[in-house]
Design a protein around this ligand. Structure first.
Ligand code: MLT
Length: 336
């Protein structure tokens, strides 16, 4: 063997020993993203990958697979729990079926602003939800994307009152709280997986759906929907989750890098929404969508939903005390 080869082999052996001493080889993770490119989910994902590379000293990275390429949002929770998927970014309403206590975040009209969403997710209540979700669903929430209010879209007519809604076929996620909210408004919505929604709107299997401006834009729903109603019944929160199995297999340094990257991506997401939402709304109008506000400050929608849906879900989200705690954290009075 030449001395050069001996030297090269020696250098390779030292590098290998260093990697073994660090307890980990460089990693390339896969991140499922439910929405199309250009939305808040992808923005959170990109910020997370950049921060992960920084915090791991360039050792670890990840690839985003947008548009449900790695499966429907609810299916990615199961995949991550069983360790066949590393990370997923998805709407909180698609985690609720696996961990009901996060339902507080999808109860209609609990969160009334981005600031409310940040306060709940980044405070004590959010931390408890992280712990509960690990226990219930086998996934750990390490970051939060904030996407704005879920406004209603449809292809038939302007909607400003509960009466206008009657007769419309509206797609909702497979989420009991959201299904019951529409029932409180007098219609029986159609629960459907997110990956099937665009085609269903296009083929007019359903007339409408609700999601934030940012998502409507990322999914190009303006191509198949004409009318928007500015409902504010749910502020869309979209967590970044990691498989708990994967997390537990990491070194403490890797875990720290992942957590720090998730926190940075969360801060980025809030700013992204503040910077982008108004322009996206204008773009949707420029592309032909007509936007209306609900009549009477949305009072009718709000009263029907809160008076029937909240009491029905107190038990599953952890008791009325839990909802009251969220309300008082947001500076509001406990529920009647
Ligand atoms: C859904 O409607 O199923 C989700 O909220 C979509 C999303 O994640 O943007």
């Amino acid at each position: 063997m030449t001395s050069l080869r001996i030297m090269r082999n020696g250098v390779a052996a030292v590098a290998l020993l260093a990697a073994m001493a660090a307890g980990a080889a460089a990693k390339e993770y896969r991140i499922a993203v439910g929405d199309g490119a250009g939305g808040t989910q992808e923005a959170l994902g990109k910020a997370f990958v950049a921060a992960l590379e920084k915090h791991s000293g360039g050792e670890d990275t990840a690839t985003l697979f947008v548009n449900g390429q790695l499966g429907d949002e609810q299916d990615t929770v199961t995949a991550a729990a069983t360790g066949t998927l590393d990370f997923s970014i998805l709407a909180i309403n698609n985690i609720t079926p696996f961990s009901p206590t996060v339902g507080t975040l999808t109860l209609p009209y609990v969160i009334l602003s981005l600031e409310d969403a940040e306060k709940l997710t980044q405070g004590e209540i959010g931390q408890e939800m992280v712990e509960q979700t690990i226990e219930d669903a086998g996934v750990r929430i390490i970051g939060w994307a904030y996407s704005g209010f879920r406004v209603l879209t449809n292809s038939k007519k302007p909607v400003t009152t509960v009466a206008d809604l009657q007769g419309l076929v509206i797609r909702v996620p497979k989420n009991e709280i959201m299904i019951d909210t529409y029932k409180s408004w007098g219609i029986n919505p159609t629960p459907m997986a997110w990956t099937e929604t665009f085609a269903a709107l296009q083929q007019k299997v359903v007339d409408g759906q609700d999601n934030p401006y940012m998502t409507i834009n990322a999914m190009k729903f303006d191509e198949v929907q004409d009318y928007i109603t500015n409902l504010r019944y749910i502020f869309s929160i979209e967590p970044l989750i990691i498989s708990e199995q994967l997390y537990q297999s990491m070194t403490p340094e890797q875990q720290q890098a992942v957590i720090a990257a998730g926190e940075e991506a969360t801060q980025f997401s809030a700013q992204f929404l503040r910077d982008q939402e108004a322009a996206i709304r204008e773009d949707l109008v420029a592309r032909g969508m007509e936007i209306s506000d609900p009549a009477n400050g949305e009072q009718e929608f709000m009263e029907l939903a809160t008076s029937t849906v909240w009491p029905k879900y107190y038990d599953s989200v952890g008791g009325k005390e839990q909802v009251d705690r969220a309300l008082t954290t947001l500076g509001r009075d406990p529920a009647q």
